[in-house]
Design a protein around this ligand. Structure first.
Ligand SMILES: *Cc1c(COP(=O)(O)O)cnc(C)c1O
Length: 378
């Protein structure tokens, strides 16, 4: 039985040989987060954004868990990601490539049954000739720019697009979509502006389903839901909106191994550049993860890890493969080689760690890397 993400004993040793730490990924919690969003969205459908290897957590594992939870629409960033994900979905899920149809990938994309998100008229034309070449109707999503200036068809090209689509029987448009730039900020006026533009597009291109909301958008209210939503971060336990309590269940836990402890006198420099100098006798532990493991250098002398709920501040600069924490607050002998300290867990959420690093949960998750022993809970 699952001991629960928060209840597994922090000191349980690593199984692997020489792993730097344990990254625990709770697939059941991802599915519960999916269920929570799906309940909010019904009767609208809930897709899942699994780009960047499902925000670093493993797109294959996450994709097949979400498929079992009822998800059928999966979004990745690149065609290569779609190809890697496809075998995990057993032909039951649809995959869309958010970054668009890259030149040269048309035939492979058509062959694999993957739906590109068409971000320009030029991409539509290339997809249309791919459909002619293979003699089949091909699926696609049309993306519009409603005010982010990142991807999608700009407003001034919509009349031309309408003409292009007339009699374009080769392409089945599964939905029209756009992306919110400020969905995590419910007070931003840009949300309502983008919604108004999305509604205009829906009226100009009638008969197509609309796909609009990311995680934050789902929490902006039912008028943002439309037919299909595309949450990412909320599935993985990140906060969909800034401020207030995070309504999502935590999904990851990260414990990192102690690789050396020492006691130093007052006045001793710690780490590269000697940026921290001890103010009194100090007990230190060096742990086996650094900026190459996603513990950003901006955590230097700012972040902390926890042991048994006790805060252990990072002292000095974070190194590539290690960092040093002040363990003076713990009774002597508590930590030794192989002990694990909590980096993300019950005492420090993903959001807490991101804030300490001066970034967002997305960047922390996608940066965690592959040197930790990974454990999936079902
Ligand atoms: C990444 C992304 C999403 C998911 O956003 P979250 O904020 O993680 O929910 C949805 N749509 C598009 C176009 C994206 O790029």
């Amino acid at each position: 039985m699952d001991a629960g993400l928060w209840n597994s004993p922090v000191g349980r040793p690593l199984d692997g040989e020489g792993a730097s730490g344990r990254l625990t990924i709770d697939l059941a919690a991802i599915c519960r987060n999916y269920g929570k969003l799906a309940a909010m969205l019904a009767p609208a459908k809930t897709g899942a954004v699994v780009k960047a290897d499902a925000y670093g957590l493993g797109a294959g594992r996450v994709g097949s868990a979400l498929l079992a939870a009822g998800c059928r629409d999966f979004f990745v960033a690149h065609f290569g990601e779609a190809m890697k994900l496809k075998p995990h979905l057993r032909d039951a899920g649809r995959i869309f490539v958010l970054n668009g149809l890259q030149p040269g990938s048309e035939a492979a994309c058509a062959q694999a049954g993957i739906g590109p998100v068409l971000n320009s008229i030029e991409q539509l034309r290339r997809w249309r000739s791919a459909a002619r070449n293979c003699g089949r109707v091909l699926p696609a999503v049309l993306q519009f720019d409603t005010g982010m200036s990142r991807l999608g068809i700009p407003p001034e090209e919509r009349p031309l697009l309408r003409r292009e689509l007339e009699g374009c029987g080769e392409i089945e448009i599964l939905c029209v979509m756009s992306h919110l730039a400020c969905a995590d900020d419910a007070d931003s006026r840009q949300n309502a502006d983008q919604l108004a533009e999305m509604r205009k597009i829906a009226a100009e291109f009638p008969g197509f389903d609309v796909c609009f909301a990311n995680s934050g958008g789902i929490f902006l209210g039912a008028e943002y839901h439309h037919v299909l939503a595309r949450p990412g971060i909320a599935l993985y336990g990140g906060a969909p909106s800034g401020g207030g309590a995070n309504p999502m269940e935590p999904v990851v836990r990260l414990d990192v191994a102690v690789i050396q402890t020492r006691t130093v006198a007052a006045g001793i420099p710690v780490g590269y550049g000697g940026t921290h100098v001890t103010s009194g006798e100090t007990r230190l532990a060096t742990i086996a993860a650094g900026y190459a493991d996603g513990l950003l250098r901006s955590l230097s002398s700012r972040g902390a890890v926890y042991y048994d709920g006790i805060r252990l501040p990072v002292v000095g600069r974070v190194s590539m493969d290690s960092m040093t924490v002040d363990i003076t607050a713990l009774p002597p002998g508590t930590l030794s080689l192989g002990s694990l300290v909590e980096v993300v867990g019950p005492h420090q959420t993903l959001e807490d760690l991101a804030e300490a690093a001066g970034t967002i949960a997305y960047e922390i998750l996608t940066g965690l890397g592959h040197r930790y022993q990974r454990e999936y809970h079902h």
